[in-house]
Structures are given as C-alpha cells and as structure tokens.
Design a protein around this ligand. Structure first.
Ligand code: IPE
Ligand code: IPE
Ligand code: MG
Length: 244
C-alpha cells in the first residue's frame, strides 16, 4: 500500500518515538540498548523523509517529564544524544538537512547543548528537510512560557491584550513560524499524546502503530504516509464543501 504516496506527502510529520525500553526488555537487554537501536531508526527515517520531500520532521526525543526517570537512564540518554549529534552531522550535510531544536535546552548538560548548537550552526544553510528535535520539551511548558512572554510584551506596551489572536499565540511557541504537523505518528501502541505539540496538533491526523520504535522501518513509515493520504481532512467543513 506504500505506492502512490508522492501525491500527498505531508509537509510536516511529527513522531513520538516510543517503545525503546520494551524493545530492550523483549530482547533480554538493558533499556539503554533499546535507545541505541532507536538511534538507527532515527537515521533511517530521517533519510527517508528527506528523500520523500517532507519539509519538516519533528522527533520527540526527550520530554520534560523524562527528567523524572532514574538518573542513570537520564545520564545515559544525554551521552547518547551527544554521541549521536556528532556522528550524524555528516549525514545531515550529505542530505542537505537542517537541524533545529524545540524545548527547554537550557536544562540540558552543557556538553549536549554545545553539540546541538554546533550542529545547528553547521547545518544552518542547508535547504532540504528541517529536522526538528524536541528536547526537554512539553507543550504545557511551551504554552506557559508563551503566556509569560506575551504578558511581558503587553506590560511593555508592545501591543494590547485586544491584539492577541491565534497567530500571535502561535508565533510565541517554540515552533514559531513552522507549519502545524499534518501527520503525527506514535509507535509502541500507546494511545496518548504525552504533552507533545498540543496546540499545533489541533487538526493533525493521528496514526498509532503497535510497532516499537527500534523495529519501525522505512516501509512502516511509508505505510503511515499512505494511510494519511487516504484520509479526508475537513477542518470543520463538510465533504461537499471540499469537493467544490
Ligand atoms: C522512548 O522509549 C524514548 C524516550 C522516551 C526517551 P521509552 O524509553 O519510553 O520506551 P518504553 O516506553 O519504556 O518502552
Ligand atoms: C513520550 O514517551 C516522550 C518521548 C517519546 C520522548 P514516554 O514514554 O515518556 O511517554 P509516556 O510516559 O508513556 O506517556
Ligand atoms: Mg515510553
């Protein structure tokens, strides 16, 4: 079913990459092995998205709530991020991919923050896929921060409360001028959003698969896109209105 997808490739795909720990458990391994295998999936899916002509790929790599995991796992994940960014930069350059991040990166250990900053600078002029990594991200954090920033600007007299509209609120989110996601994929069978892109996904098509992230292949990815391309997005209108 993966043929014919070129007609309606989503402009922006967001992914909740879940199930690394369960994958490791299934294989009798420690959780970190699952995260390591998950990095290979990130590599493959990113290259596939670039090839398919997706404009934005947003990957949920570490949530605000993930700071509450055992310290040992948090530390190991941070080192994995550091290693991965350094190792993957040549692939990003080769594929003309630009790296961006959303989230509270001030909470990251300095080494990780510097690696991400360096990679963002190195890839800044790339004009292909924008790979947006959500790090120490949660929607409630992002919306709270946006409300604070808006309140400060009202206080400074930059605009009045009456001027606040949806596009102004959107512009204060960390996603800034990015288009809203067209398709949100979650692996591992969990049927929830876990504090990811709550505002931005108001009209996003949702796709849930039981497949664990380390087992998620380019074929699975293409199947999700094919499924998306068969849907009718009505944005509150009727089918008849769309056919006009
Ligand atoms: C997703 O896999 C990766 C992160 C949240 C960092 P999990 O680590 O949540 O894997 P499960 O859900 O325990 O299987
Ligand atoms: C969501 O996965 C966050 C990421 C994939 C980074 P979790 O595994 O943290 O989500 P919950 O706790 O099962 O909702
Ligand atoms: Mg999980």
């Amino acid at each position: 079913m993966a043929e014919n997808i070129s007609q309606s490739v989503p402009r922006h795909i967001a992914i909740i990459m879940d199930g690394n720990g369960r994958w490791a458990k299934q294989h009798g391994l420690k959780r970190m092995f699952g995260h390591q295998r998950g990095v290979q999936t990130v590599h493959d899916i990113t290259e596939a998205a670039a090839e398919l002509g997706v404009e934005y790929l947003t990957l949920y790599a570490f949530s605000t709530e993930n700071w509450n995991r055992p310290q040992e796992e948090v530390d190991a994940l941070m080192s994995l991020l550091v290693d991965t960014v350094a190792k993957e930069t040549p692939t990003l350059m080769k594929n003309n991919i630009r790296l961006l991040t959303i989230g509270d990166i001030t909470r990251l250990p300095e080494k990780a923050r510097v690696k991400f900053q360096t990679c963002m600078e190195q890839t800044a002029a790339n004009t292909g896929l924008k790979l947006v990594v959500a790090l120490s991200y949660s929607s409630r954090w992002e919306i709270t921060r946006a409300v604070q920033l808006i309140a400060e600007d009202v206080k400074k007299g930059n605009f009045s409360a009456d001027d606040i509209n949806e596009s102004l609120v959107s512009s204060y989110l960390t996603t800034g001028d990015m288009p809203d996601p067209d398709l949100l994929i979650r692996t591992s069978g969990e049927l929830r959003i876990s504090n990811f892109l709550l505002w931005q996904s108001a009209y996003t098509e949702l796709y849930f698969t039981p497949c664990l992230w380390p087992d998620f292949t380019v074929e699975h990815f293409k199947e999700a896109i094919a499924d998306y391309s068969r849907r009718e997005r009505r944005f509150g209108k009727t089918t008849e209105q769309l056919q006009k």
